[in-house]
Design a protein around this ligand. Structure first.
Ligand code: AMP
Ligand code: ZN
Length: 488
């Protein structure tokens, strides 16, 4: 499998540290608000990676943190803790909103068929681990105390800007943008490992540490949680592209300084979901959630399908028109699968034909997770001149990765169609109910008699009744739902 690596900027053959096993870490949500559909794009595409690795036969161990402390509004070390801000907004405690939005996040994931990671670890449950790693960083001379906080000293590294996607000067501007410089920092890029600064007095959650009562920085959480559950050498770390700097850059700095060797081989970043007015974010602009889409009549599977139709390394623009198109295409796809399911003689599975269909699907995903071509491979199955049994076997197989509930939705489609047809038939054969008003009843009885005549193909009689009613000043209109009448 070829997988793009943000660290090397190359598409490389994916080779895990241990044959057959993959250790994978995902930055989890900051649980101060609902996840928006931009966040969920990232989790959907990471889910495709997770599921495709499993489909390919790897034993995957996937770990995700829950950020419930330390993520400041700037992504750097300035502003308020997002959790404290969220708790104030909701008039609740930090732990109350953490639990509420964690549950909401996993409920959204379930709707979108995003697999639950094997380990889910809230940051507040690992304070001792953070303290242990920070202590070692201080001992090794990679960290220093200033103004009560503990900082990581980026000047101690040969290379700090490991992703070198950006010019260093641009990043420095980004870090300083709109915020007062932290005079405690020896170097502009240094970042906080542990806060005890009085500035954060209204921080609700604080813990004892060798450096005073305080709380951890956001970046140290992910390093420690990943190392705790996945060991010293990890295969893949993923997140949205905004996490590459400073979050992942800082994670690499402190983890490798602590370990004394390379930490993670692959970095997978999902590009953003944008609206026409820019990046979708929790703190600004339009805030779209899965529940909101559902309330507007969209199926969560249509959103997953929308995401799969584009490559994870391309920005994706969300508009309702685009989502309508995706929902329409998803429904057509389901209807096509339903017609395969309806075939009376499905035949048997042709192993050779199935292997050829699978080869296209695997080639698409082996090519840096090209989910859009994987969807094309699915359309190819439905167009193929194979038996219905072979087609259904391929659809079920692909859906282990795509997770679009394809067969389930097709069965529901058939059940709905059958129910509609049965209702129409029942309505047709049911005894008619006429109005109590004698004048109206007379008209309705004639319309009914005309319908019966038409059913018996006695069109002369049907026309005669229409003419008779017209002579009485009643005009008939035939619609798909039946005949209506009005006065001329
Ligand atoms: P957060 O809850 O803010 O910590 O973000 C959770 C995940 O969503 C991270 O991996 C972010 O990089 C990612 N993310 C944030 N905004 C977007 C967006 N507009 N599109 C895609 N992913 C995003
Ligand atoms: Zn993280």
């Amino acid at each position: 499998m070829i997988l793009y690596n943000t660290l090397t900027h190359t598409r490389d053959e994916f080779v895990p540290n241990e044959p057959g096993k993959v250790s994978m870490y995902t930055c989890g949500p900051t649980v101060y608000h609902y996840a928006h559909i931009g966040n969920l794009r990232t989790y959907i595409m990471e889910d495709i990676l997770d599921r495709y690795l499993r489909y390919s036969g790897y034993k995957v161990k996937r770990v995700m943190n829950i950020t419930d402390v330390g993520h400041l509004t700037s992504d750097g070390d300035t502003g308020e803790d997002k959790m404290v801000k969220g708790a104030k907004r909701e008039h609740k405690t930090v732990m109350e909103i953490a639990q509420f939005f964690t549950d909401a996040f996993f409920a959204d994931c379930e709707k979108l068929n995003i697999r639950r990671p094997d380990v889910i670890q809230p940051a507040t449950g690992c304070i001792d681990d953070f303290i242990k790693v920070i202590t070692v960083l201080l001992e090794k001379g990679y960290a220093y105390e200033a103004g009560g906080n503990i900082y990581f000293d980026t000047s101690k590294l040969e290379q700090y800007y490991v992703f070198h996607d950006f010019a260093e000067e641009d990043l420095e501007v980004g870090v300083r943008e709109g915020v007062e410089a932290d005079g405690n920092k020896r170097n502009k890029a240094d970042f906080v490992l542990w806060f005890t600064k009085s500035k954060f007095e209204d921080q609700e959650l604080k813990w004892d540490s060798p450096w005073g009562v305080g709380y951890p920085g956001w970046h140290i959480e992910c390093s420690c949680i990943a190392m705790k559950y996945l060991g010293e050498r990890m295969d893949i770390h993923c997140g949205g592209i905004d996490n590459a700097f400073p979050h992942h850059t800082n994670e690499i700095a402190q983890s490798e300084a602590y370990l004394g060797h390379k930490w993670c081989n692959w970095w997978m970043h999902v590009l953003h979901l944008n609206t026409n007015s820019g990046k979708m974010s929790k703190s600004s602009g339009e805030f779209l959630t899965v529940s909101l889409l559902e309330s507007k009549g969209y199926d969560p599977m249509a959103y997953r399908f929308f995401c799969l139709q584009s490559h994870y390394r391309k920005n994706l623009v969300f508009t309702y028109e685009n989502l309508d198109n995706a929902q329409g295409a998803y429904r057509k796809l389901v209807a096509k699968i339903a017609s395969v399911l309806r075939e009376k003689d499905r035949g048997t599975v042709d192993a050779e034909a199935l292997a050829a269909l699978k080869a296209k699907f695997v080639a698409a995903l082996d090519n840096d997770l090209n989910s859009s071509l994987a969807v094309t491979a699915l359309y190819d199955v439905l167009k193929a001149s194979a038996s219905a049994a072979t087609k259904l076997a391929a659809v079920e197989d692909f859906d282990k990765v795509l997770m679009l509930n394809l067969v389930l939705a097709a069965k529901k489609f058939i059940a709905d169609e059958d129910a509609k047809a049965a209702a129409a038939k029942a309505a047709e054969s049911a005894a008619p109910v006429f109005s109590d008003d004698p004048a109206i009843r007379a008209i309705e009885e004639k319309i009914y008699a005309r319908a019966q005549a038409k059913k018996a193909k006695n069109f002369a009689e049907a026309d005669r009744i229409r003419a008779e009613l017209l002579a009485e000043g009643i005009v008939l209109t035939d619609t798909a739902q039946g005949t209506t009448w009005s006065k001329a």
